[in-house]
Design a protein around this ligand. Structure first.
Ligand code: SF4
Length: 452
């Protein structure tokens, strides 16, 4: 896609464009890694595309550990990017030295999750607010800057008289107001707000969200709002990018995402959002299993180890739930998670037989979610054959059996990004392009380039 195509109707590029951004943390610095010669890396951010327009709030949502905070820090060049591009007003930031970043620091600010940890406890609020103004040449004198600091304090709901207090003398909500005032002090264009309300009492969260919304309008800001909590997103975001294990899996305008999520992971996240309207409540989707390690993300679609909608083979004789259970058993076999010795010990302790057939049967009982009888007969026989191979110590054969019996394209091929109309896209084998989506060209991040 050409640069001309990316621009909005007024010919402006997005305020911020992120393409193919990666941040990998090398783990080989540790003693253990030096001893074993490992050079593994944590792929915290692993190929992210997104764009933020002027005056827009983009929420990035995902479970803890999905890489969203690292994404925020890498976008601001507070972490060095491993690969990819971050363009602010068309200028490349990735790879700039901290010195070269200085002119951009004023425009790009951050509000942190833990307000107290982000404020210098030895400084007064006045010093906290005026120091960045001085660094960036805002205000003609100390008196000007102090006056502006007082105005900012009042604007964020504090009092001018708070100027002489220290951070510890405030409540959590007040500390976050100071953090927001500090970000505003240098008149930024974009604020990255990383879980700005998650450390606060629920009663205070709404106040801070309202404050951020009002300030965004008043100061004509753009926001990159990072959160694990989809329920707060509806109040503040224009668009949402859903992140899983280092990648964006769905982007959509906020109402479209809540009304009609396309990616199974988004559906699962939304199903846990409390709704007052009983009509609007969704059936709760419980995701089984932990988020896989970003050291070694799953092949194909990264969500396939937990996805309730994982695609079965065309000739699968059972229902979707049965395939999900069978595939979970496959994953456990492939991960070497079956432990026949421990199972044998449990059987012995319970006074039950510990011959191979009994141990294999108990391995199936413990490792196959649900009942063996709920699987199609052929699938149940494959599960038992794999368990027998594990008990016989032949993990290779066990893996071969489950691989052949429970194949899925989701485990083999990473899904392409599917355009779904203006500003919408999802990465999933089950998602079909909607009619007319081709007529609304999007950039790599799913942002419509004709209908901003
Ligand atoms: S590609 Fe497959 S595993 Fe991934 S979200 Fe879609 S259905 Fe689920």
């Amino acid at each position: 896609m050409t640069d001309a195509e990316r621009r909005d109707a007024d010919g402006r590029p997005p305020l911020l464009e992120v393409e193919g951004l990666k941040k990998h943390f090398d783990q080989s610095d540790g003693l253990l890694d030096r001893v074993v010669g490992s050079s593994s890396s944590v792929k915290a951010v692993d190929g992210v595309d997104l764009a933020i327009r002027e005056g827009e709030t983009l929420a990035v949502v995902g479970e803890s550990g999905c890489g969203k905070s690292t994404l925020g820090l890498t976008v601001l060049n507070l972490h060095d990017a491993t690969a990819g591009s971050v363009r602010y007003r068309g200028e490349e930031l990735a790879g700039l030295s901290q010195r070269a970043m200085r002119p951009y620091r004023r425009d790009l600010q951050m509000v942190f999750q833990d307000p107290l940890a982000s404020l210098n406890p030895r400084q007064t609020v006045g010093q906290i607010l005026t120091a960045p103004m001085e660094v960036h040449g805002i205000g003609g004198s100390d008196a000007d800057r102090t006056e502006r600091a007082k105005e900012l304090l009042e604007r964020v709901g504090l009092r001018a008289s708070h100027l002489d207090r220290h951070p510890r003398q405030f409540s959590g909500g007040q500390q976050q107001r100071v953090g927001i005032a500090r970000a505003l002090a240098v008149e930024p264009d974009l604020i990255v707000a990383d879980e700005p309300v998650s450390a606060l009492d629920v009663s205070v969260q709404a106040q801070i969200l309202d404050l951020l919304s009002d300030l965004k309008e008043e100061f004509d800001l753009s926001l990159l709002f990072i959160t694990h909590d989809l329920s707060v997103v509806r109040h503040i975001a224009d668009r949402v990018a859903v992140m899983y294990l280092g990648r964006i899996v769905e982007t959509a305008p906020v109402e479209a995402l809540f009304d009609d999520p396309q990616h199974p992971y988004t559906e699962a996240l939304l199903s846990s959002v409390p709704r007052i309207d009983p009509e609007a409540r969704r059936e709760r989707v419980v995701l089984r299993g932990a988020v896989p390690s970003p050291l070694d993300p799953p092949s194909g679609c990264r969500f396939h180890t937990r996805c309730p909608a994982i695609v079965p083979p065309a000739d699968w004789p059972g229902d979707q739930g049965a395939f999900r259970r069978a595939f979970t058993f496959r994953t456990r076999v492939e991960d070497g998670a079956l432990d026949p010795e421990a199972v044998a010990a449990q059987l012995a302790a319970a006074g039950r037989p510990t011959d191979d057939a009994s141990v294999a049967s108990a391995v199936v009982e413990q490792s196959l979610p649900g009942d063996r009888g709920d699987l199609p007969e052929e699938a149940a026989e494959a599960v038992e054959a794999a368990a027998r191979a594990v008990v016989a110590g032949d993990e290779e054969e066990a893996t071969r059996v489950v691989h052949a019996a429970f194949p899925s394209p989701c485990a083999d091929e990473a899904p392409e990004r599917v355009p779904l109309g203006p500003d919408r896209a999802a990465d999933c084998h089950r998602v079909e392009p909607t009619d007319g989506a081709d007529a609304e060209p999007t950039d790599a991040s799913g942002v419509s380039v004709e209908n901003p």
